[in-house]
Ligand binder design. Structure first.
Ligand code: URP
Ligand code: ZN
Ligand code: ZN
Ligand code: ZN
Length: 500
């Protein structure tokens, strides 16, 4: 039984993705009960002053991998530490990925993730499910996940050959099934065949260090796969969401297809917006290995501004993190071979501050844009809006008091992750979560956590959400272009191949 607390937030500036105004916010029993000026606290309700603060919907990170078993080891931020790190940075909802192995039952993997997450999460969460193989059983289980388990998004990998990767034909069938079920198709877009060949080539050249990671999978491989994924999705007229867009090339492909009216969504991540991949050329092996993730953080230092500009224009949509953390001794599994370095970086704690610092403090984003790309867009795309992603009567009481003037220097010495490295180490950011409220309860204030392990809930998402709006009409319009020409039968001669 969740013990909800009630709270009145006074004198703040309520900031949604579409509007900003001075307002108080009253949360009773975990839900927003009232929004307006001069609200009076009912007896026994805690009052919090938000003068000079923005009152924003809690951040949503649509891409985490807490305690993921991956590349022979397990990510160290589990569902407890990971969600603590999240709330300390202003994030109150994450969507993690169930990743079944090839041949494994999707339902069994889903149950496994629920059993890991439910007793540990400090705030609400949702689940995407990866489709790593194809067959009748997968098709059936996808339906059960959508209709009975609250899953409405499925991710495919075009990379990690011989592990998670699916081929084009499998992708076509998976996307068709997604469309029938009203589930959003998500794609890790890299050409997995060429990644494998690139790895062999770079290792054969004697390059075994972390720089070999990017050299073996340059951005053309991401751009090509992005184009292929969108082409396949468009051929079945189903919406597609490209996870971790890391390069200008992939972002340009997304913009190109959006320009033609195709239903494509793109997700840059905190790492790609905050740092560049030149770190993988650092002379300290541990430092360089810490930045290894797939697709690689690109060495072109102008990539991060480019991706931020595309968030501003609306060609890219929500900011994730791909939070998947490995300590030095785990990364060292690849000390003599970069292909064995577990792929993944931190981000869930610093995501909101990175976006504020690099987006709002540079004038690229407004405060409303900030709310859109860190919360509301993800709530709409993954169909938990307006329960999440909005400050309004009836919405969940997941609220952050954002201090646009507060400053800190990011460091592994002070972060709330389990990992022993922070890829943003030494970066000074202005714009921090002053107070984080989850279901009406303060879980982060005065730089202290007051979380309750296991208090978060799994939130079911339903199918045919925002990305599917108008898809049926598009089907009708497209089918009108597919017509048969009525003509008289051909009566002329036909070549006789039996005669020489
Ligand atoms: O390097 C990464 N991205 N690790 C997590 C798995 C994935 O591909 O999202
Ligand atoms: Zn991925
Ligand atoms: Zn297209
Ligand atoms: Zn990921």
């Amino acid at each position: 039984m969740v013990n909800y607390v009630s709270i009145l937030i006074k004198n703040g500036t309520v900031t949604n993705d579409d509007h900003q105004c001075k307002s108080d916010v009253l949360i009773i029993d975990g839900k927003i009960k009232d929004v307006g000026l001069n609200l009076v606290a009912p007896a026994g309700v805690q009052v919090v002053d938000a003068t000079d603060k923005l009152v924003i919907p809690g951040g949503i990170d649509p891409h985490t991998h807490f305690q993921l078993p991956f590349m022979g080891t397990v990510a160290v931020d589990d569902f407890n530490i990971g969600t603590q790190a999240a709330v300390s940075g202003g994030t109150t909802f994450v969507i993690d990925f169930v990743i079944p192995t090839k041949g494994q039952s999707l339902l069994e993997a889903y149950d496994q993730w629920r059993s890991w997450a439910d007793p540990k999460v400090n705030h609400d969460y949702g689940l995407h499910v990866a489709i790593t193989w194809w067959g009748e059983q997968v098709s059936r289980e996808m339906e059960i996940l959508v209709k009975e388990r609250g899953v409405s998004s499925f991710k495919v990998f075009m990379a990690y050959k011989n592990a998670f990767m699916v081929n084009d034909e499998e992708m076509y069938h998976i996307f068709k099934r997604c469309k029938e079920l009203g589930a959003l198709a998500q794609v890790h877009a890299e050409n997995g065949d060429l990644v494998l060949e690139g790895q062999k080539k770079i290792l054969a050249m004697g390059i075994t260090g972390p720089e070999g990671h990017e050299l073996s999978r340059p951005e053309e491989l991401e751009a090509e796969a992005t184009n292929r994924a969108i082409t396949i999705a468009n051929s079945v007229n189903t919406p597609v969401y490209i996870v971790h867009v890391m390069s200008k090339g992939a972002a340009e492909v997304i913009r190109h297809h959006r320009g033609k009216g195709h239903r494509v969504f793109g997700e840059p991540i905190a790492a790609g917006l905050g740092v560049d991949g030149q770190q993988c050329w650092n002379h300290d092996w541990r430092h360089a290995a810490a930045y290894v993730m797939g697709p690689p953080i690109r060495p072109d230092p102008t990539t991060k501004e480019y991706l931020m500009d595309m968030l501003a224009t609306g060609d890219l949509h929500c900011v994730g993190t791909d939070n998947c953390t490995f300590c030095a001794d785990q990364k060292a599994m690849g000390k003599d071979d970069f292909t064995r370095i577990p792929n993944g970086v931190n981000g869930v704690e610093d995501r909101m501050s990175i976006v504020w610092e690099k987006g709002v403090n540079t004038g690229k984003l407004t405060a409303c844009d900030f709310v859109r790309v860190t919360s509301t867009a993800a709530a709409k795309i993954f169909n938990v809006y307006p329960q999440k992603g909005r400050i309004a009567i009836g919405c969940d009481g997941d609220v952050v008091l954002w201090d646009p003037k507060a400053t800190k220097t990011i460091s592994a010495a002070t972060h709330h992750h389990a990992v022993d490295f922070n890829i943003f180490e030494g970066m000074k950011v202005t714009g921090l979560a002053d107070t984080t409220i989850v279901a009406g309860k303060i879980v982060w204030s005065n730089n202290k956590l007051q979380t309750v392990q296991g208090s978060g809930k799994y939130i079911e998402s339903t199918a045919f959400g925002h990305p599917f709006l108008g898809i049926e009409t598009r089907d009708i319009a497209r089918n009108e272009l597919l017509f048969k020409v009525e003509r008289e039968p051909y009566t002329g001669p036909v070549i006789d191949l039996s005669k020489k």
